[in-house]
Design a protein around this ligand. Structure first.
Ligand code: HAM
Length: 416
């Protein structure tokens, strides 16, 4: 009797060939603009002390109250698989004293994140993000640059059917003033116990309620945008001015509430038009109280997280990921043992010159190997037989057209 097959846990996103090539392409495209703007890599653990997310992300959020993968490790410590990246980055910045040097500290990261959400199209329990954080200055030009970096990643992929929504959640003083009025408004609503409890922890959360009756009830709620003090308003106006100058289009959405509690000031989301319910391809904003809440000094910060899984879905929906750009330059078919030695040597040299080269292994014979070459979609193919070894000249065949030309092995690089 054969054993039962084991399957991946429910709701995880995983990428196997061929699609993994597209995933890699998207991830690199999203990282590239951050590198070009001087952001440096930070690699962090995927699990952290649970307290980090309780304090960093906030108890009123779905992420912390319902979606964390939390467990006790063998030493009895409460550990949580990271649901997002910002809290961990702040923890590490404080722990390593990165904030004691030149400011802003500019970091990028990419990897897996975990939220026990109900899986659906574009919503996974393990998903991938590329993120950046700029810590230590509250210059509005940084806000604009951070947004521009995310936008550049999307544009470099050729995405066009998305929009950028922005708002300001104000500084602590503006938020306090708004909170008083919003809480008064909420008291006039007839709420169930759980919702009332959430509203107590963070009344802004009610703007995020997906139930129709709640959406309607909140239509008359006071908006934070109308409570921004002079400083917050000026900051936000400067951000918009810089975005205009960079010709980055945006729409104001004064009802935007992000799913994490640490946001202050400039907040933004990128929404893709072809993705249905899970349309957020990236989001971020300022988090001016976070570092202090985690035991560090009172430094501001801003960043974003872009959902690689969803950006890939968006690129596929727009039909802009072509498999062709990922194929090998050359496929070598060696016939016989001496040819194999030669193939390994040629491949090694061409690869070190930057070419992508594959070899047909396994002595499948010419016909089988040609079939394999065809499948890989390689641009060129060469067969190495006895006569080729003797003459050091090969027939370089262009797979698309079938044309071939005689090329000296030593000059292969020039022809690829
Ligand atoms: P977030 O909005 O929670 O922000 O997540 C950022 C992006 O990750 C979302 O826009 C979405 O594309 C993707 N994402 C989130 N949850 C899922 C899921 N369950 N399945 C697939 N994709 C998902 C943050 O995480 C903040 N740390 C971003 C940030 C950095 N803010 C400031 N700095």
């Amino acid at each position: 009797m054969s054993e039962q097959k084991i399957q991946a846990p429910k709701g995880v996103s995983e990428y196997v060939p061929e699609r993994s090539k597209s995933f890699e392409f998207v991830r690199n495209a999203l990282i590239e603009p951050a590198k070009r703007a001087g952001y440096q890599l930070i690699e962090l653990p995927v699990f952290e002390d649970t307290e980090l997310f309780r304090r960093g992300v906030g108890e009123s959020t779905d992420v912390v109250s319902k979606e964390m993968y939390t467990f006790e490790d063998r030493g009895g410590r409460s550990i949580t698989l990271r649901p997002e990246g910002t809290a961990g980055v702040m923890r590490a910045v404080i722990e390593h004293g990165l904030d004691r040097g030149q400011l802003p500290v500019k970091l990028w990261y990419a990897g897996q994140f975990f939220r026990a959400e109900r899986p659906q199209a574009g919503r996974f329990r393990q998903f991938y993000q590329v993120g950046i954080e700029a810590i230590g200055l509250d210059d509005p030009a940084i806000d604009a640059e951070v947004i521009a970096i995310a936008d550049a990643g999307f544009k470099s992929l050729g995405l066009s059917k998305y929009r950028l929504e922005i708002t300001s959640l104000g500084d602590l003083a503006s938020r306090a003033a708004h909170r008083v009025e919003l809480s008064k408004f909420i008291e006039t609503l007839d709420l169930d116990e759980a919702t009332a409890e959430r509203a107590k922890l963070n009344p802004l959360r009610l703007f995020d309620d997906k139930r129709e009756e709640m959406k309607e009830a909140m239509l008359g709620a006071p908006l934070l945008m109308d409570y921004l003090n002079e400083e917050s308003l000026q900051h936000f106006k400067s951000v918009m001015k810089y975005l205009d100058q960079m010709e980055i289009a945006y729409v104001l959405n004064s009802r935007m509430v992000r799913g994490l509690d640490y946001y202050t000031g400039t907040t933004f989301e990128f929404v893709h038009e072809l993705l249905g319910a899970q349309s957020g391809i990236g989001g971020g904003g300022r988090y001016d109280g976070l570092m202090q809440a985690l035991g560090g000094q009172a430094l501001s910060g801003i960043g974003f997280g872009l959902g690689i899984d969803r950006v890939l879905l968006a690129a596929e929906a727009e039909g802009i990921i072509s498999q062709e750009s990922f194929v090998s330059d050359l496929y070598i078919i060696p016939l016989g043992d001496t040819a194999k030695e030669m193939a390994l040597k040629i491949a090694k040299d061409l690869r070190s010159a930057g070419k992508t080269v594959e070899i047909a292994f396994g002595d499948r014979g010419l016909k089988g190997s040609m079939k394999a070459a065809d499948k890989t979609g390689a641009s060129y193919v060469v067969v190495l037989g006895e006569s080729e070894l003797e003459s050091s000249v090969v027939e370089l065949k262009r797979m698309k057209t079938g044309e071939s030309s005689s090329v000296k092995i030593a000059s292969l690089l020039q022809y690829l």
